[in-house]
Design a protein around this ligand. Sequence first.
Ligand code: NAD
Length: 538
Amino acid sequence: MSEQTPASGHLVNGPADPEHDPKASYALEPDYVANLTRRVISTTGATVAVESPLNGQPLAHIPQSSAVDVAEAYARARRAQVTWARTSIDDRAAMLLRLHDLVLDRQEEIIDLIVLESGKARKHAYDEPMHIALTARYYGRTAHEHLDPQRKIGVVPALTRVEVNRIPKGVVGIISPWNYPFTMALCDGLPALLAGNTVVTKPDAQTMLSALLGAQLLEEAGFPEGVWNVVAGPGREIGTPMIQRSDYVCFTGSTATGRLIASQCADRLIGASLELGGKNPILILRDANLEKAAEGAVRAAFSNAGQLCVSVERMFVADQIYDRFVQRFVARTQAMTLGSSMEWGVDMGSLISQAQLETVQAHVDDAVAKGARVLAGGRARPDLGPFFFEPTILEGVTPDMTCFGDETFGPVVALYRFHDEADAVARANAGEYGLNASIYTQDGARGRAIAREITCGTVNINEAFGATFASIDSPMGGMRQSGMGRRQGSEGIHRYTESQSVATQRLVRFAPMLGMSDETYAKVMTTQLRLLKKLGRA
Ligand code: NAD
């Protein structure tokens, strides 16, 4: 294996000089692809070709599922769920911990596939197996804490014993996007499985291979047949047949699609968690460490080429430090290396598709035409690959420009000055979204006080987004139009369960006893209520 060949060895040709040859030919071994694609439940005979955004070269043909195939996937999942729900929590947790090890052992292969399929830089692809390892370890290690029956306060002290059970919902439908194709396809499913549910998942059509590798690793970790089922096809065609058969739906994607899914779930009175879009703000306060803030701002805005739900697109900078901060931020952005490469050492990769490139270009063109200034970037880079766009910093963005309030979902950030922190918070809270925010300050207590004023589901202080995203014990999700429900933490697993209260009553009953009249019973009960309050009982 040459130094330039990716470590997993599943690519038949690597280029001699991948960093400087965008037309380099990468291809996957046919048997490797066939072993992944056979996991799609499909009888249609139809396939859809996928190409690598790195260079436009064909990667695989993905079998497509019909509504009948979706029904078959749910039938398999429902059969498997009966046995799966009886598998002990310890056994289920052990499979998650095996998945943790497998993902770390096979990370080079996983990263190769993600880079090939999404075009992202290798360092951004690394975040995906890391996030799955963190999620698998967290839920594997905390399974009993979330799922064991919990004792609650009974109405009559010592005589009413109450416990709450966590009953799996049944079959969970998961619909995931392309931007983090490995972790978004898997991370929400791990707590669903641990809680005793089975899953039918529909990953995005552009990134099925990474999701199918996830399915293979689950199998290798010991999850039995029928527990994890994959279907493929356009969401607008097979989304509805999925929702019609699901007991719960977990969706990650755009706010527009989230609304459609929520209304279909409402019709069936089933629950849904929706992880949607954002127009995320960063606040650089006047006491921020400028070097650290500029370094964090680059990651906040340009990680995964800005195709990240928690990515920052609005940057509010205190007047007193504005010029010094902007000079550092622009310099760091201009120093970024872009490249079409499977190797480490590239700071930003490609966008996923022509459609993404067109949206990003349209947002920048619109802003410039209406008077915004480009401080860095601003251009597509077809010399690097078909969908490359430079990391772009805009100044002078006004409410009449599309990128003022609409999510770009690309490497474009707008800079705004502020004088008064209350005004910065109000502007950060403006608009319809409320996913993620970031605050840079050397005063942690002040940062945390400001965080409480911000209407976003996660707030990172002196970090871009990774601190909340990777802290799996705490919930992650959106306020307002950025979503409903939370992934991660106890909320991330309890969404997949019904809580069931079981009360065992001893000695006394909830009716008059020993010939007591209803009136006397009511008096005795009232006296007891007064007494319990005096005793400090909840
Ligand atoms: P999208 O809504 O178009 O697609 C997401 C998924 O939904 C895909 O699998 C797609 O096939 C499916 N889908 C599309 N139409 C459907 C329908 N009518 N019924 C059922 N399924 C359907 O989103 P996208 O543009 O591909 O993804 C980017 C968006 O996702 C951005 O807005 C981004 O902010 C958001 N996102 C949010 C998070 C989060 O955790 N909050 C994470 C990643 C991406």
